[in-house]
Design a protein around this ligand. Structure first.
Ligand code: 5FR
Length: 300
């Protein structure tokens, strides 16, 4: 028999055609379904007064029965609502009605790097430079605020109409006090670092590891530790068993090796990645045409 949460997850939430944020007296018209993740379903919501369209995450209260589930959601909102940066998805409001909890967020109309990756596989080095540089700017902002994202992955790297990258989904994020090493992580990051697998305590370096995986996928079209099974993947991560294709440029290979160092303290900080020669070793587009979502761009 299915676990109770799985059974409940199947039922889409009851969402009224007009959603009311009572506190602010704001009314949203529910638009098309955008997707789902965890307990949330996401819809386009149109503000009735301003006609602005936002991404609305809807979580049925029936899914937030256990205190730890409410606490996790409160932690996600508490961290995310304070953030303001061009490469971080903006969280606008958090409110509830009798049925659901709602979070309104910056709409990123071109979905995420996951869909671009599925369509293009490996992208050109200038595109990889362009996207990774923006991700690193966002990570630098978070780390300066003592926040670890802990679930950096292509599906959480959203794209707006100008193909600006925006880090979203702070469901696994946490704050660090002083030099503490985090001991627990409730959830399963996609690009999980070895120190998390070995439960050795982890910190900011786990985000650098994930950025290393993201740069690797953008350049070579598949994850560095990809395997048939999760156990095999975890074993390859533990043994740092990956190869960099010979087609790689030297600056790219060198930066990836540093970010995928099995020893967290040897990995570069976000600041050091931001200054790495890889970002100066070739053409860095200031913007990308939306044609990049489907085909190799012709740079002038
Ligand atoms: C117009 O903006 C979007 C469109 C679509 C889209 O076209 N989805 C289609 C809808 C139809 N079905 C059949 C295929 C996917 C998907 C996402 C959009 N934008 C969009 C979606 C957004 C956000 C910003 N902006 C944020 C922030 N959180 N979420 C969010 C939240 C959840 Cl719970 C689930 C998903 C889906 C997974 C994914 N990575 O797309 C996304």
């Amino acid at each position: 028999p299915q676990k109770s949460s799985q059974r409940k997850e199947k039922a889409p939430p009851e969402v009224p055609a007009v959603i009311t944020d009572k506190e602010r007296g704001t009314y949203y018209e529910k638009g098309r379904f955008l997707g789902k993740g965890g307990f949330a379903h996401c819809y386009e919501l149109t503000n009735r007064t301003t006609r602005e369209i936002v991404a609305g995450k809807v979580v049925p209260k029936s899914m937030l029965v256990k205190q730890y589930q409410r606490d996790k959601m409160a932690q996600e909102v508490h961290i995310h609502r304070e953030l303001c940066h061009p490469n971080i998805v903006k969280l606008f409001h958090f409110f509830e009605d009798s049925l659901n909890v709602y979070i309104t967020l910056e709409l990123c109309a071109r979905r995420s790097l996951m869909e671009l990756h599925k369509r293009r596989k490996a992208v050109t080095e200038p595109e990889a430079r362009y996207f990774t540089h923006q991700v690193v700017e966002g990570v630098l902002y978070l780390h300066d605020l003592k926040i670890i994202h802990r679930d950096m992955k292509l599906g959480n790297l959203f794209l707006n109409d100008d193909l600006v990258v925006k880090i979203g989904d702070f469901g696994l994020a946490t704050t660090v006090d002083g030099d503490e090493r985090k001991k627990t992580l409730c959830g399963t990051p996609n690009y999980i670092a070895p120190e998390v697998l070995n439960k050795m305590g982890h910190s900011f370096e786990v985000d650098i590891w994930a950025v290393g995986c993201i740069l690797y996928i953008l350049l070579f079209g598949q994850p560095p530790f990809e395997s048939k099974s999760l156990e095999e993947t975890y074993s390859r991560i533990r043994h740092n068993n990956y190869t960099i294709p010979s087609i790689s440029s030297q600056p790219a290979a060198s930066l990836i090796r540093k970010m995928l160092d099995p020893e967290p303290t040897r990995r570069p900080t976000a600041k050091q990645v931001h200054r790495d020669i890889f970002f100066k070793s070739g053409f860095m587009p200031t913007r990308l045409p939306v044609s990049c979502l489907t085909m190799v761009p012709k740079f002038g």
